[in-house]
Every structure is written in structure tokens, then in C-alpha cells.
Design a protein around this ligand. Structure first.
Ligand SMILES: [Zn+2]
Length: 367
């Protein structure tokens, strides 16, 4: 089966979260001769594929087989891959059946290795992921089979294929700030405590506040106000309640407690309530680690491009590896049409990605 045939086959499964639509049965037959562990919980299906070549390191590739729904605006059937001008159009071409295709093919071709090679697949990454990658890692930990390092093949490149490896991700903290005053007639401002007037002088200290200066890898952790409401949509009542929602994409330098303390200091004596929820934690893999070094070398030697080490963008399942203390990087094709109608990938990128993964495996074998 050629790489293109494999890719077309994977794209043809209508694997909308959390349904694999038979993709795993196909993958198991494709990876004949490897061992499989099924971890199915509720409606989520997870599959671990592995082969023990020796007693050395455990290198793993991870990805999701699920895709987001097609949505409006498609000019072709998103589950009937269309080839045009060097591109393939289908849902999941970039996010991320390209990555799954590349590592399945690269792993299948391995004849010798010094340790274990494994593949971690989930059918729920695009959903809330409750029973996805986190459950795979919990299970692997329970049987003492956690990988030493993981490559997540999410689409990471921006302008040019090869330009970006993700070596960490910012975390995400959601906040709701409520301020309490006293509602009253607009004609008698002295008799009410107007919550908009209470917030007004503080707004400048909150909007776009930077909790840290950032560093080589992370941009500053900034408070972004996402919603602000108060009042009754009339002109004759002073509001007695205000609600502000915000988000902080935090680096490893800023914690939930830092945000709590900052807002406490600003609010002073005001009557308020603050709730903060950490959606995901930030993580970073050391740039001098074997994984980051080998991944960088693999890209340079295969594609002739020096990739930058980035932590930009939203969250991905790589955060779970980070929280288990596993070295993790993300590398995949360009990401300019992910989740969009007419999602497409340049097929040469999928071919390049397979070569990069083969090179990475070879580099691991050499040292
Ligand atoms: Zn993805």
C-alpha cells in the first residue's frame, strides 16, 4: 500500500468525535505483526500499538483519529478525498490524519531498533477528551509502560512546512469576576453604588495586564477580557451588579494564585467574587533534551530548514504527556486550514513528514 493509498483510506473514515468509524480495525490490519492494547471507555476508543525491538528507550508517536464535523462551505464531499493541484482536500487532511498516516507508515517500515516503538491513538481529542489520551497514559502507567518521549504529530507549521516544532504549550486559566454594588435611580447617584463606576478606574489595570514578561519560549501571560456586562439596558437605572469574564494563557512563570493575588490587591475593599479555573497547565520540554535535539536534527537533515521552537497556539493532548513528566514535542504539516471548510494539505508535506519521522527513528537508534 503506497503512502497516498494509506492517506486516502484514513481520510475516508467518517471518524467524527468520538466515533472511529472502523478506522482502528483497518489500522490493526495495516500494522500486522505489532501488539495492540485497546482502552475503550464509554464512547471513546483508544488504541496503543507497539513493538519491542530491544531493551532500550521507548519512543512513541501520538495522535487522534477523530475529526471535527464538516460544517458549511465545502465544495466537495469532506469524506471523499479530492486530489487537485498537488493538494488533497478532505476533513482531517491537516488535523491530523496527515500525522497519523506519516507515523504509521514510518513505524511499519522499521526493521530494527534498540528499544520500544509505540503509537498512541485516541478517538476523542477534538471533544472534551475526558476518556482519551489521559486514560491511555493512566493505563500505561499502571502497567509500567509509559514512553520515555512522545512525538505528537499535530499540524504545527505556519508559513512553510518544517518551520516550527512545538516544544511546550501555554496553559489556560478562565476567570469570572463579579462586583456587587447597589442598584438605584440614575437621578440619585448618591443613593446607589454603581458597579460600572466602581470598575471604570480599575479597568485599565486589568485589561491586557501582563503577569510576567515572558521569556525565550513563552509570550507574556496576559489578561484578556472576553465579556463584560452590567445594567438593565436602560438609561434610568444605575446597575448594582457587574460580571466580567476573562482568560489568561499562562506561561510556566504565572500561576492561578498570582492572578488571584493581583485581583485581590486591585479590588481592595470592593465587594466582589472571583472564580478561577485552570483549564490546562503549561509545560515545556527542555531544549537540550535528546528529543528536542533529535527532532530538530531530523527536520534539518530531511527538509533543509532550521525549525523554530515554539509554544504558540491553543492546547493539545501534548499537555497530558507533559503532566506525566514525559518529554514531548509536536511536529506536523502546516495548519492554515484546520477545522475550516475545504480543509486541505499539500501531499508532498505528508511525504516529507514520513521521511522526518523515519529520520528521527534512525537518529534514536544511533545514540
Ligand atoms: Zn488536532
Amino acid at each position: 500500500m503506497s503512502l497516498e493509498e494509506l492517506f486516502i483510506k484514513l481520510l475516508s473514515f467518517r471518524s467524527i468525535t468520538p466515533d472511529d468509524d472502523g478506522a482502528y480495525d483497518f489500522i490493526k490490519s495495516y500494522m500486522q505483526g505489532w501488539e495492540f492494547i485497546d482502552i475503550n471507555i464509554e464512547d471513546t476508543k483508544n488504541l496503543v500499538i507497539y513493538k519491542r525491538f530491544g531493551d532500550g528507550e521507548h519512543l512513541s508517536f501520538a495522535g487522534h483519529i477523530d475529526v471535527v464535523p464538516k460544517g458549511d462551505g465545502w465544495e466537495s464531499d469532506p469524506f471523499k478525498p479530492l486530489k487537485k493541484d498537488g493538494y488533497i482536500y478532505a476533513r482531517g487532511t491537516q488535523d491530523m490524519k496527515s500525522g497519523v498516516c506519516a507515523f504509521l507508515s514510518a513505524c511499519k517500515s522499521v526493521e530494527s531498533f534498540n528499544g520500544v516503538i509505540s503509537i498512541l491513538l485516541t478517538s476523542d481529542e477534538e471533544g472534551d477528551g475526558t476518556y482519551g489520551t489521559i486514560k491511555i497514559l493512566e493505563h500505561l502507567k499502571s502497567i509500567d509502560f509509559l514512553p520515555d518521549c512522545v512525538v505528537v504529530a499535530e499540524p504545527t507549521c505556519e508559513d512553510k512546512f518544517g518551520d516550527s516544532i512545538k516544544i511546550g504549550r501555554r496553559g489556560s486559566i478562565n476567570g469570572v469576576l463579579e462586583i456587587y454594588g447597589l442598584q438605584g435611580h440614575a437621578a440619585y447617584p448618591e443613593k446607589s453604588i454603581n458597579t460600572i463606576h466602581l470598575l471604570a478606574p480599575l479597568l485599565d489595570k486589568l485589561a491586557a495586564h501582563k503577569f510576567d514578561k515572558g521569556d525565550e519560549f513563552f509570550s507574556p501571560s496576559t489578561l484578556v477580557i472576553t465579556d463584560l456586562r452590567s445594567g438593565l439596558e436602560v438609561t434610568n437605572v444605575s446597575p448594582g451588579y457587574l460580571k466580567m469574564m476573562f482568560n489568561v494563557r499562562n506561561s510556566t512563570k504565572t500561576k492561578k494564585e498570582d492572578i488571584e493575588k493581583y485581583i485581590q490587591d486591585i479590588m481592595g475593599e470592593l465587594k466582589y467574587n472571583l472564580s478561577l479555573k485552570q483549564g490546562s497547565f503549561p509545560f515545556i520540554t527542555n531544549k537540550d533534551s535528546k528529543l528536542v535535539k533529535n527532532m530538530t536534527k531530523a527536520v534539518e537533515q530531511t527538509l533543509g530548514i532550521e525549525p523554530k521552537h515554539s509554544t504558540a497556539g491553543g492546547t493539545s493532548d501534548a499537555r497530558y504527556m507533559g503532566s506525566f513528566g514525559i518529554d514531548v514535542v509536536e511536529f506536523g504539516v502546516r495548519n492554515d486550514t484546520i477545522h475550516a471548510p475545504n480543509e486541505r494539505v499539500e501531499f508532498s508535506e505528508v511525504e516529507g513528514l514520513e521521511k522526518v519521522f523515519k529520520k528521527l527513528i534512525q537518529l534514536y537508534k544511533e545514540n
